[in-house]
Design a protein around this ligand. Structure first.
Ligand SMILES: *Cc1c(COP(=O)(O)O)cnc(C)c1O
Length: 404
């Protein structure tokens, strides 16, 4: 029996069964649907990409996995070299893991131990955003601010080590003013908060955060598990404001295999480096640096570079702005667009009930949550396919009252 994610199993409607997938299309027993979710925002090049599939096959013919404890291999070395060269600034040290949540755990552990290694035991607190989402493991839940996880607070008491602030300059300054001596890091999803409701904010907030982190010796962590690889219209938000630790996941492997990486700068790495075994980073996911994942990630990055993806994403944004212009309805609170992400926030969550099936019947897979109807399409989508996705979203507001 499969236990599905984020579901009351008793009430769950049967999931759509996928038998094949290619490009932006998922194939079901009834036909094909455009995946407007990119399998949780990861399948940026579309499904069954010949180059990516070939990379996996070639590597599988050699070996699929060997552990990184005491062993190493070419795919992981080449991926680390590529990331070192490709990522901005001195983000050079790559710690691999099997999922975004684990990579966030690693980042938080690094930030805490960075201070411990330097002899500062007071900096035990983390600053984070309201509506933050950083994954489903325990510490990631704790630094997150998702109402679904508030049972944690009830069970374990207040989260004394985490403070949340909104993406407002005054709140940021006040938090650093009050807390700077205790903070080891500030963790953010930069520019675009995904699972917290596709909330978008201004780069000036992050520029100010960088200044304050520098002034007070607090590490800045960018969780770009969702925003990385072009989703905001930037290759990485880290290209605009440089964090001390960067977390990548989701699209890292083009959506082929779960893998993630926590990338530290020199300052962070140097605090671990030395003679003392106590100062080492005590972490080692079994499947870190998996050879299939690294091989496909390398090819995914090559495709991203060679295919001029940033122009494609700009084009997606332009079409989206054009198509969504003037979209209004008494139920719509706001339409938000950034890069390859569009979100229609409705006033009443129940208004989206039935939308998934409605979209399915019109050839689009969508997965609205709470008050948010959104699309994060694969970047290889054509204008016609994108118009279809957006058309279905708009059409819902014309007919919802009668079909619901
Ligand atoms: C999805 C996501 C994660 C968690 O990644 P998993 O691979 O699902 O563990 C962490 N942070 C952000 C911002 C995410 O969107």
């Amino acid at each position: 029996m499969i236990w599905y994610p984020y579901q009351q199993m008793k009430k769950m409607k049967a999931p759509y069964k996928i038998t094949d997938a290619e490009g932006v299309y998922l194939y079901t027993e009834d036909g094909k649907i455009i995946d407007s979710v990119s399998s949780w925002w990861s399948v940026i090049h579309g499904y069954k990409h010949p180059v990516l599939t070939e990379a996996i096959k070639e590597q599988a013919d050699r070996f699929s996995h060997v552990m990184l404890g005491g062993l190493t291999h070419e795919p992981v070395r080449r991926l680390a070299d590529k990331l070192e060269e490709w990522l901005p600034g001195d983000l050079d040290y790559c710690f691999f893991s099997d999922s975004g949540s684990v990579a966030v755990e690693v980042a938080l552990k690094m930030a805490l131990q960075y201070n411990v290694n330097r002899g500062d035991l007071k900096r035990t607190k983390v600053l984070s955003l309201t509506h933050a989402y950083h994954g489903d493991t325990f510490k990631a839940m704790e630094v997150g601010d998702d109402e679904d996880y508030h049972f944690i607070l009830e069970a374990y008491g207040e989260k004394k080590n985490v403070f949340h602030i909104p993406t407002k300059r005054e709140a940021l300054e006040e938090a650093f003013d009050k807390l700077h001596e205790e903070l080891n890091c500030f963790i953010v999803e930069p520019l675009l908060q995904g699972a917290g409701g596709m909330r978008m904010y201004d780069i000036s907030f992050l520029q100010r955060a960088r200044e304050l982190c520098d002034r007070y010796g607090v590490l800045l962590i960018f969780d770009e598990v969702a925003t990385g690889f072009g989703r905001t219209g930037n290759r990485f938000v880290a290209d605009l404001v440089l964090p001390d630790i960067l977390v990548l996941g989701k699209a890292l492997t083009g959506g082929y295999i779960g893998h993630a990486v926590t990338v530290a700068n020199h300052k962070v790495y140097d605090s671990f480096y030395g003679e003392d075994p106590q100062k080492a980073l005590m972490h080692g996911p079994t499947f870190m640096g998996n050879a299939l994942a690294c091989s496909v990630a390398l090819k995914s990055i090559e495709l991203f570079e060679a295919g001029d993806y940033l122009s494609r994403i700009r084009r997606i944004e332009e079409i989206t702005r054009r198509e969504m212009k003037g979209v209004e309805h008494e139920q719509i609170r706001e339409v938000r667009i950034m890069g390859g992400c569009v979100c229609v926030e409705v006033r009443d969550a129940s208004y989206l009930q039935g939308f998934q099936q409605f979209a399915y019947e019109r050839g689009v897979f969508s997965r609205p949550f709470l008050n948010y109807m959104y699309a994060m399409v694969p970047y290889v989508i054509t204008e016609e396919e994108l118009s279809k996705v957006l058309g279905v979203m708009k059409e819902w507001f014309d007919v919802a009252d009668s079909v619901r």
